[in-house]
Design a protein around this ligand. Structure first.
Ligand code: FAD
Length: 606
């Protein structure tokens, strides 16, 4: 047996963002031993960047809100191909999860009568996002981390998992390496939860942190689990576009929730030009009504800037394509205009959007209280991911659970802002609970040492390749992949371009198999990038192969050659799995029949 560092836990959680931490709290509370692995330092997961808030129908600001409205909003946003059971559980349980977080020490912004304050966000009928200024993710991570650590868990920081270990069909552990020293680590566990977050780094313009390389998606796929809905990528409408060094960094939807408006080069508020039929009844008739909505007027309807993200992003692309964009290829987002309405506008903006104020001041030398920001779409979130059972978060493999952004179902074709943080809490808890139950009910499985040896061999292969066979290093392949995805499988897609993308991804796979890295294994970023490549490529291939099959436009997937929704495509999800020949297969799985009580909720909320 090779001399690797070894750890044994009842439940191993891969990922220490909101989903992983919430799962850890639940599993350790159930009395099992928990190991938590993350690529960065504890507390630095991508969740920490979340800004706008957590969606939960607490009804604190508008008492007409309740779980049924939240459920209907989520299904409408998702183009009705969401897993209805997940959407139901999420809407029902999110309020309790938020109150629980508060009880554990999260200090939310307050209403005048000292309840948790809630703000407007795109696609949510009523003000629904519990928030802490525009630093909600930080508060959430801090609270979960403090609570979890005191409850007892073993944390393995700066450790990247490369592969899941299996005993027959069952997942029984994971193999990885310590990023600092490059040493290999074997984790043995009765149950494993994937909570690895998103895939934004498969594109060149993204709001995601360096950790978002789709590892969990790829780990699950390689182990034989199923992915669904991979064609649905969310391009957030407002990322920074200038200066180039900060391109893609998110500008929270909270800016629009607080009254920010979008204008083109000619000063026109273009969002009023195109309002989808599905949302016409819920959208303000004019600027005045939109402003009243943002200020809490219950009789007003939301401004068109708060339509769903897919729609707003496409409107921005249209303005830019048709020559009405801002100087650096975006449009203008203006919150400073509220000075016309509020005497204390400057202080108000700084209080409500402190991070945005500092972000623009420091990175772009723009004072958002006085001038507009330049913004454009940025790759933000993946709706697709690991297929899980709605109630337990169990994947199609025994012993393997998934939660958070790497799992799929709740969002369907498009996620509403704020629904991710609540998803992490609701389904992180469920994953922790059911993984702990699985661990209690099952003995530890066998680790196959040959499998471990093979993985170690493959991991160091990039050091051993002869120089002469190598055309490029890992960074070049990564760059070319990101550019290919951005150009050919981005916001607006066509058959011709996706075919080119699939072809290009095939060639990038070849190049990735031959990349050479130099130096030794101690904090070697080139090596880390070489090891990321198979994950990024798996994710890219699954997006492109699912996108070509969906010959319609729905949610985050827009086909220029099929610009409308098509009824046939509203009846199934795309499933991606590894075929017996090792090739990626995409098939259809019919949606399950929604109970009539839930159908009625949707009808009542049209
Ligand atoms: C700027 C920004 C603002 C956002 N604002 C909001 C918001 O206001 N409201 C909202 O609902 N959503 C928001 N989102 C989306 C939301 O933040 C994410 O979807 C969510 O935080 C994902 O959480 P997670 O727990 O699934 O994963 P993450 O927080 O991404 O954590 C993933 C964890 O997995 C670890 N990991 C990954 N791969 C491996 C591996 N191979 N081995 C070991 N560990 C691994 C990482 O190190 C990390 O610890 C925002 C996103 C961005 C980018």
């Amino acid at each position: 047996m090779a001399e690797y560092q070894r750890h044994e836990h009842d439940v191993l959680i891969i990922g220490a963002g909101g989903a992983g931490l919430r799962a850890a709290v639940e599993a350790s509370g159930a009395g099992v031993s928990v190991g938590l692995v993350c690529k960065s330092l504890l507390g630095k997961a991508h969740t920490v960047m979340a800004e706008g808030g957590i969606a939960a129908a607490l009804g604190n600001v508008d008492d007409r809100d309740n779980w049924t409205v939240h459920f209907a909003d989520t299904m409408r946003g998702g183009g009705y191909i969401n897993n209805w059971r997940m959407a139901e559980l999420h809407a029902r349980e999110a309020p309790d999860r938020v109150r629980e977080l508060e009880a554990w020490g999260a200090v939310f912004d307050r209403t005048k009568d000292r309840r948790i304050l809630q703000r407007n966000f795109g696609g949510h009928k009523y003000p629904r996002l519990a928030h802490v200024g525009d630093r909600t993710g930080l508060e959430m991570i801090r609270t979960l981390q403090d609570h979890g650590i005191h409850q007892g868990l073993d944390v393995h920081m700066e450790c990247t998992i490369l592969s899941l270990l299996k005993d027959g069909d069952r997942v029984v552990g994971a193999f990885g390496y310590q990023r600092e020293r490059g040493r290999f680590v074997v984790f043995h566990a009765k149950a494993v939860i994937l909570a690895t977050g998103g895939i934004g780094r498969a594109y060149s313009v993204t709001s995601n942190s360096w950790e978002g390389t789709g590892d969990g998606h790829a780990l699950a796929y390689r182990a034989g689990a199923e992915l669904i809905d991979m064609e649905f990528i969310q391009f957030h409408p407002t990322g920074m576009v200038w200066p180039p060094s900060v391109q893609g960094i998110l500008v929270t939807e909270g800016v629009r929730g607080e009254g920010g408006i979008l204008r083109n080069r000619d000063g026109r508020r273009f969002m009023f030009d195109d309002i989808p039929d599905l949302y016409r009844n819920q959208t303000a008739a004019d600027a005045e009504e939109g402003w009243r909505y943002t200020q809490g007027d219950k009789d007003a309807r939301r401004p068109p800037e708060l339509l769903t993200r897919d729609h707003v992003a496409r409107c921005i692309v249209r303005e830019v394509k048709e020559g009405r964009g801002s100087p650096h290829g975006g449009v203008f987002l203006d919150i400073s205009w509220i000075r016309e309405k509020l005497a204390n506008a400057e202080a108000h903006i700084k209080k409500k959007l402190p991070s945005m104020y500092h972000q623009f001041k420091q990175l772009a030398d723009i004072d958002i209280t006085k001038e507009p920001m330049e913004v454009g779409p940025t790759t933000h979130y993946v709706m697709g991911g690991i297929f899980v059972d709605a109630d337990t978060q169990l994947s199609t493999l025994p012993g393997l659970f998934a939660a958070g952004e790497c799992a799929a179902g709740i969002n369907g074709a498009n996620r509403l802002g704020g629904n991710s943080l609540s998803d992490l809490l609701v389904f992180g808890k469920r994953a922790g609970e059911h993984a702990a139950r699985f661990a209690k009910a099952n003995e530890v499985g066998q680790i196959n040492e040959d499998q471990v040896g093979q993985m170690a061999h493959e991991a160091v292969a990039p050091f051993d390749r002869p120089d002469e066979s190598i055309a490029d290093g890992p960074y070049q392949v990564q760059y070319d992949l990101q550019k290919l995805m951005q150009d050919l499988v981005g916001i607006v897609r066509t058959e011709k371009e996706i075919v080119r993308a699939i072809d290009g991804i095939g060639r990038l796979w070849e190049r990735a198999r031959n990349v050479r890295v130099y130096g030794n294994r101690e904090y070697n970023n080139g090596w880390h990038t070489a090891l990321d490549l198979p994950n990024l490529l798996t994710v890219a291939e699954s997006i492109a192969k699912s996108a070509i099959e969906r010959r319609e436009s729905r949610g985050g997937h827009f086909r220029d050659d099929y610009p409308s929704k098509v009824d046939e495509f509203s009846k199934f999800n795309h499933v991606v799995r590894k075929g017996e020949d090792g090739r990626m297969q995409v098939s259809r799985r019919p949606l399950s029949e929604m109970p009539s009580a839930l159908k009625k909720i949707i009808e009542d909320n049209q």
